[in-house]
Write a protein that binds this ligand. Structure first.
Ligand SMILES: *[C@@H]1O[C@H](CO)[C@@H](O)[C@H](O)[C@H]1NC(C)=O
Ligand SMILES: *[C@@H]1O[C@H](CO)[C@@H](O)[C@H](O)[C@H]1NC(C)=O
Ligand SMILES: *[C@@H]1O[C@H](CO)[C@@H](O)[C@H](O)[C@H]1NC(C)=O
Length: 382
């Protein structure tokens, strides 16, 4: 390649970087990329350089994710949700099942998706390879790759429950085998979500450890993740962490601390989110697993509610938490235990869900009202 052509390639890369970040939707991006390559009559080496830059950007320009629950009778259609996400720089979605209309709506959207097996389906999948194969055929192969499915999550916090916990491991193995039969094992990773019940609260992240009641099951689960290059999926809620120990400062829970709050084995923590994530890394390390990444499948803060939690479930706190979380994730700062490691985080939730059961705060976790207006100002381009 001549020096002048290198210059040209670099210039095109700069243009693409600017364009890429002003365009929503990977579909449109692909069109821009193809047009640029075509219209500039690029040599093969130039194309290679551009693709390398794009891969680098994909890593660098991490996007925030959201959960789209369905516990509402006034929610927008899946198509409307796709448009809303694309217009707001939201690049990842977790759904709690494998609803056909939803999977169809995300065709060619580029949005990366976590599809879930529900807790109720675990038993049958765990006891029959045939059922697992059919599940993958009907819910994954029918939509992939047009719908960009990245992960399959088995159950919702099932591992820790007495009803479903015993099914998770064999369900994981059966779905993994089904994925391998479909030759998708390099594209789609299989895992399961876990809540805070599996790790007792630990003020010092380095002291994180799985509770005795799940330790054996957890060891097999982690072995599965390590063997298949799958991430540990965790729901991480400083909101509940703060409520469990209100002598923690609220600023620490909201990413507002200006000074180091916790010093732990030479590491400095100024927010509870990082502390909770590193507590999980510590718990995995204590069982000998040092290399499994964490995907945060749920995190959020309610903007309203009644009852015991209402005093911190305010519009102002929710706005502060969501905006600071997005900024933190998109900065790719990582955590003190994994500095600079970009993390996938799915905010709970895209919409307020009026039929969600439990405490009133549960119905106010949304970033958007069902009419698609923001509940509070959110900067998706920090
Ligand atoms: C599990 O399998 C049984 C027997 O085929 C069936 O009756 C039941 O509906 C299945 N359960 C679920 C949740 O699919
Ligand atoms: C609660 O937080 C305080 C610091 O604010 C800490 O010293 C204490 O150990 C925590 N308690 C528990 C049970 O984690
Ligand atoms: C959307 O719904 C919220 C909550 O009900 C309401 O406050 C807001 O005015 C609505 N926005 C529009 C544009 O209708």
């Amino acid at each position: 390649m001549l020096p002048s052509s290198i210059m040209r390639t670099l210039l095109i890369c700069v243009c693409m970087t600017i364009l890429y970040n002003s365009i929503s939707g990977d579909c449109n991006k692909a069109a821009v990329r193809n047009a640029l390559i075509r219209d500039n009559n690029l040599a093969e080496e130039e194309e290679v350089v551009i693709y390398l830059v794009l891969i680098y950007q994909a890593r660098f320009f991490n996007k925030i994710g959201v959960n789209n629950g369905m516990a509402g009778n006034n929610l927008p259609t899946p198509e409307q949700a796709v448009a809303l996400m694309q217009n707001n720089n939201i690049g990842k979605l977790r759904i709690f099942d494998a609803q056909p209309d939803t999977l169809k709506a995300y065709t060619n959207s580029g949005i990366e998706i976590i599809v879930s097996v529900t807790n109720d389906e675990l038993q049958n999948i765990s006891s029959s390879q045939e059922v697992a194969d059919k599940w993958v055929k009907d819910n994954i192969q029918a939509y992939y790759p047009a719908t960009n499915i990245k992960y399959i999550s088995l159950g919702e916090q099932a591992l820790e429950t007495p009803e479903y916990g015993t099914y998770v491991l064999s369900a994981l193995n059966n779905i993994q085998l089904a994925i391998e039969k479909a030759n998708l094992q390099d594209k789609i990773r299989v895992s399961a979500t876990n809540g805070r019940a599996v790790i007792p609260a630990s003020f010092f992240p380095s002291k994180g450890a799985f509770s005795d009641s799940v330790k054996d099951r957890m060891r097999s689960f982690l072995q599965f993740l390590e063997d298949h290059g799958s991430p540990y999926m965790a729901n991480v809620y400083p909101f509940f962490g703060y409520l469990e120990n209100t002598s923690i400062s609220l600023d620490y829970a909201l990413f507002k601390s200006t000074a180091p709050t916790v010093r732990d084995e030479g590491r400095i923590y100024s927010n509870l989110f990082d502390a909770l994530v590193d507590t999980i890394y510590s718990a995995m390390e204590a069982l000998g697993f040092t290399d499994i990444p964490i995907v945060v499948t749920g995190s959020g803060w309610p903007s309203d509610g009644t009852g015991d939690n209402a005093h911190v479930a305010t519009m102002e706190n929710a706005q502060t938490y969501s905006n600071n979380l997005i900024k933190h994730v998109l900065s790719n700062a990582g955590t003190p235990k994994r500095p600079g490691k970009s993390m996938e985080v799915f905010i709970f939730a895209l919409f307020n869900e009026n039929l969600k059961t439990g405490d009133e705060t549960e119905r106010h976790f949304g970033l958007f009202y069902p009419n698609k207006t923001l509940v509070y100002p959110v900067n998706f381009y920090p």
